[in-house]
Design a binder for this molecule. Structure first.
Ligand SMILES: *Cc1c(COP(=O)(O)O)cnc(C)c1O
Length: 388
């Protein structure tokens, strides 16, 4: 502060000062402090985390790796890349590892965007796209959503001469909307080769079997395609921070140039490798999500709450005054995610949890809605004041 006060803020470029910081879900420990609640009584359905926790195999591998923490991790991530290469059927030089897939998104922005260029994304799309774009002084172009999801025709039309990156999340967060892959494939045919298309598949493992597609096979045809995936969601490793990008070797080479050295830590590398082997855990996570999603959809319908159909592990619920309802849910130890910052002030995003957690959310919401309804003036049955 000394000798600097408020003026340091002014020293940063306009485009940095204009960034709306990423708003994470409220940590359980913070809510416990605020309301004097026991952490064990709090249900957090706010960050699309895996309610099963990590795979036991991944946990054991991370624990083993801790003994080596005095040493730097393998900065090239050789073993994990080799493992991914075999599993995905792509060469190791087509894979870049990230400190979470956010890191991969940020590398794409830093490698391809600069002041005087632009990137295109959908309204209500993942918040990291505008942040990564603004961080490097490029201009973000938000394209109006269609049914809460990506309007590909409008996104194509929004591409300018100075556009270098276009972001697509499928399914998208926070809306859960999903585009049929054939539409994305047809879209890629129309995108100029100078535009890197980042296809964010953070929720790919939650897609029903019929909705899956070998998008990696497209890379040969579209060298301007970068696919990002993560171990944070279905693999249950959000706290370790590990994800990856797959693309043309030239694109990956560029990302590696801007990648921070040792960006993925040793326990994360080890856990990710082990998580790939734990097919049983992945299947269990998938099945739990399907059941929990059905439970939430049915429970919200019973409360007459509209939802946006979701293919992720979370659901948008149109509750009305979401800020007020969220505040009441917090008092009852239930953390979900308000999404006003995504331009969706009437919605709450709820992550699919264990059956008991979902029930806690539905119960708390029903109590809050009933309390608000009791405060509302009774509707006038005649529809006009004179009736009174
Ligand atoms: C959660 C999420 C990610 C992944 O974040 P990590 O950095 O891998 O934890 C990426 N994209 C979207 C759309 C997400 O919702």
């Amino acid at each position: 502060m000394n000798g600097c006060d408020m003026t340091c803020f002014g020293l940063a470029p306009d485009y940095v000062r204009a960034i709306a910081p990423y708003q994470p879900g409220k940590p359980i420990s913070e809510l416990a402090r605020e309301f004097g609640l026991a952490e064990g009584d709090i249900v957090k359905l706010a960050s699309n985390e895996n309610p099963l926790g990590p795979s036991p195999m991944a946990l054991a591998a991370a624990q083993d790796a801790l003994y080596g923490m005095a040493l730097y991790p393998d900065g090239a991530g050789f073993a994990l890349k080799a493992r991914l290469s075999g599993k995905l059927g792509v060469a190791a030089n087509q894979i870049v590892l990230g400190n979470g897939s956010n890191d991969v998104l940020d590398m794409a922005a830093r490698a391809f965007l600069t002041a005087g260029t632009s990137s295109v994304y959908a309204q209500h799309a993942f918040a990291v796209y505008p942040i990564a774009t603004q961080t490097v002084g490029a201009q973000g172009i938000a394209v109006a959503a269609k049914n809460y999801g990506h309007d590909l025709a409008a996104m194509r039309a929004a591409i300018r001469d100075d556009t270098r990156v276009l972001w697509i999340a499928n399914p998208n967060n926070p809306t859960g909307t999903f585009l049929p892959w054939a539409e994305i494939e047809a879209f890629l045919e129309t995108v100029p080769a100078r535009v890197l298309v980042v296809l964010d598949e953070a929720y790919g493992e939650y897609l029903p079997t019929d909705d899956r597609c070998d998008t990696l096979a497209w890379i040969e045809r579209f060298p301007n395609l970068l696919i990002s995936r993560t171990f944070s969601k279905a693999y249950g490793l959000a706290g370790l921070r590990v994800g990856y990008g797959v693309g043309h070797p030239d694109v990956i080479d560029l990302l590696n140039r801007v990648r921070h050295p040792f960006n993925v830590n040793a326990p994360a590398l080890a856990a990710a490798e082990a998580a790939l082997d734990d097919i049983e855990f992945l299947l269990r996570s998938y099945a739990l999500n399907r059941a929990g999603m059905a439970q939430l959809v049915a429970g919200l319908a019973e409360l007459n709450i509209e939802t946006v159909p979701s293919k992720g592990n979370f659901l948008l619920a149109k509750v009305g005054d979401a800020a007020r309802i969220n505040a009441e849910l917090l008092k009852r130890g239930v953390i979900v995610r308000p999404v006003a910052n995504y331009g969706l002030p009437e919605f709450l995003r709820v992550s699919v949890g264990l059956a008991g957690q979902n029930a806690r959310f539905l119960d708390a919401l029903s109590v809050v809605l009933a309390a608000f309804a009791a405060l509302e003036p009774r509707p006038d049955p005649c529809g006009r004041k004179a009736c009174l």
